[in-house]
Design a protein around this ligand. Sequence first.
Ligand code: ATP
Ligand code: MG
Ligand code: MG
Length: 377
Amino acid sequence: GSTIGILGGGQLGRMMVLQGSPLGYQFITLDPATNAPCGQVSQQIVGRYDDPQAAEMLASQADVITYEFENVDADVAALLEQKSYVPQGSQLLYTTQHRLREKRAIEAAGATVAPYMEVRSAAETLEAVQQFGTPCVLKTATGGYDGKGQFVIRSEEQAGQAYDELSVAGTELVVEQFIHFQCELSVIAARSSNGEIKTFPVAENIHIDNILHLSIVPARVAEEVQRRAEQMAADIAESMDAVGLLAVELFCTEDGQLYVNELAPRPHNSGHYTIEACETSQFEQHVRAICGLPLGSTALRSPVVMVNILGEHIPAITEKMVQVDLSATALHVNPKYHLYGKEEAKHKRKMGHINVLCHNIEDALAWIDQTNIWRHE
Ligand code: ATP
Ligand code: MG
Ligand code: MG
């Protein structure tokens, strides 16, 4: 079989390896950490992603190259594109690495984003705040994740402070109007190198402190809204000539308007539910898409709630596993554990997730609540 090289060796890569291996592919990953989640399930080159020599070593041992995080150095991606087969190309990375380029691409696909403005000074930040009203959000154009690189501006007086705090990052900055959403949704689209497109069922996402806590599927919004969200994701993938997965994060307002928040050209945390709940997982679909295989069915097999396990949840999970499994049986829910093999259970670190398969979303939510593991404050 062919060998797939993955830039990055975290949990997304690990699940790509676990879900892609049954198709007959071998995997080799590049990650600087000697104890990376992928190292336990695939061959690994220990090296930095921005080290051309390490990247070339990966390329020399792989037939197809992909990535599991979007901050791969653009120069390295371009180098790999010359030396080997990178079906996703470097353009998709280049666009999604930068919020302003990304927003323009989303608009070019005919989708709506929150009104935004690039700002280059404290004075321009204040102008944007005056135009959009408060609250609004100042974001760094590059490098942000889990809400890092963001400042929610709650009054005009905070504009200067927000600019001062985020401008030290040295990247472009963008102010966005605050969308008073009813809920957050996401759709993962897969587009194959031969142009076939499929979307996974819409997930409803609940964040705590800007980190995904729950994905609920089916999302609790009208069918019509779900169809529109799926179409929007497919249109964006098509318009961007994406290959592989493209995750689309959305805000949904009470009247059913959809705004695209951001994109990720890779497997997405809100798509982990697909492992047991869909006929094909997002990880298998990604491998199919980049290898030019026919895409698998994305049909939902069962309602599901995915709950993330962060570092602070590990002691309670370990301690209560038996009791918690018994209460799941009583509620007729089926929790499927996915631990990523990370050694250090640091606060807020993504250590694993549980896909709670269920007959009713309410049962899964009741179980999550009953376990007392995710109770906060
Ligand atoms: P990720 O870890 O998903 O990459 P990120 O750091 O790139 O996160 P965003 O997804 O842009 O950040 O924003 C994080 C969260 O902040 C969103 O999921 C949403 O809850 C809230 N948020 C961001 N922008 C807005 C906005 N314009 N209006 C309302 N809420 C927002
Ligand atoms: Mg992001
Ligand atoms: Mg996000």
